[in-house]
Write a new protein. Structure first.
Length: 336
């Protein structure tokens, strides 16, 4: 087993980047350890499994600390690769868990109780089927989604502190300004320190890859609009170093926000151009853009991203949606 390395963070005295393992294709999630006078803060502890528990035991040994030294756990958003170990780590340490109220709400919607017919692993496949997703692939999608429960349980229960926009958060001996944005995950929080120009940006802005933007039933009805609005706000910050949830830290934060904005405008244009005269389902367009050889994990996120772009095109009145025989189809002007 390869143990995660501790990499000092530029601009954060006593701050370390820790690469906690996760599944292909991302391979690792960036967790951050901030050392303060009153204990350690863990940001985005990663998904829960036996390997990641062992990785954290190794990290603690390297830092000469124990669970009792953890005072705070911060979760930028509710996805399993960031949120998963928060409850387990809280049980061991009794640390406070900080996340936005919306992020906690999303976690409860996804994994708040035992699996049931009302849970997301059933509502999302039914939603996809209305948009052309093949019925024969539904069992694989349900099985894939059920795997997430093991990665996020136990969930935080004691001392969950809502992170509030613009309410300074004292962590690791520094004052951080929480900035809540949406799109990738409703309630996503980045932590910005104006004095140093350092931002812990989770998955809101990633170098080299575009964060997934997903439309999910019961969540944000306009996730791409939310993401674009958030990118514009984040792009106004003076950032010297950005510490993301995936890949490596980077120092071209503003330029990256502009590139992501341009990417989504190009993607919107591509989806619109691919709509057929007789109408296209979201699944048709998903396969046209992302290819037909996706595994079920990649297909799930490609389908949700396709829908996020299509509802944004509808919002902008560039396409329209209509139901035929219980299947939703999208139409574009000038294609009849």
């Amino acid at each position: 087993m390869k143990w995660p390395e501790l990499t000092p963070c530029e601009g954060i005295d006593g701050g370390f980047q820790v690469k906690i393992s996760m599944s292909f294709p991302l391979r690792w999630v960036n967790s951050y350890v901030l050392k303060g006078q009153h204990g350690f803060t863990i940001v985005d502890p990663g998904p829960r499994n036996l390997d990641t528990e062992a990785e954290w035991a190794h990290v603690f040994q390297q830092l000469g600390m124990s669970f009792a030294d953890i005072s705070d756990i911060v979760v930028t958003h509710h996805h399993p690769d960031h949120y998963g170990l928060a409850g387990w780590m809280q049980q061991q340490s009794q640390a406070r868990v900080h996340m936005s109220a919306r992020s906690h709400q999303e976690a409860m919607m996804m994994w708040g109780g035992q699996a049931s017919t009302a849970a997301m692993e059933h509502t999302l496949p039914a939603f996809f089927v209305r948009h052309g997703f093949p019925l024969e692939q539904v069992p694989d999608l349900v099985a894939h989604m059920l795997q997430a429960y093991a990665q996020v349980n136990p969930q935080p229960e004691i001392t969950i502190i809502p992170v509030r926009e613009n309410a300074c958060l004292e962590l690791g001996g520094r004052g951080w300004l929480p900035i809540e944005t949406g799109g990738h995950a409703a309630g996503h929080v980045s932590l910005y320190e104006p004095n140093s120009g350092v931002i812990l940006c989770g998955d809101a802005v990633l170098p080299q890859i575009s964060p997934n933007i997903s439309l999910l039933p019961g969540s944000d009805a306009q996730p791409l609009q939310s993401y674009i609005d958030g990118l514009q706000r984040l792009g106004e910050l003076e950032v010297a170093w950005a510490y993301p949830g995936h890949r490596n830290p980077f120092d071209y934060f503003h330029e990256r926000t502009q590139a992501l904005l341009a990417h989504h405008e190009e993607r919107l244009e591509k989806f619109q151009q691919l709509i057929q005269p007789e109408g296209s389902t979201a699944y048709d367009l998903c396969i046209a853009v992302f290819g037909g050889k996706l595994g079920i994990h990649q297909l799930r996120f490609a389908m949700s991203e396709t829908l996020a772009h299509l509802v944004e095109l509808v919002r902008r009145e560039r396409v329209w949606m209509s139901e035929t025989e219980q299947i939703m189809r999208f139409y574009a002007p000038g294609r009849d």
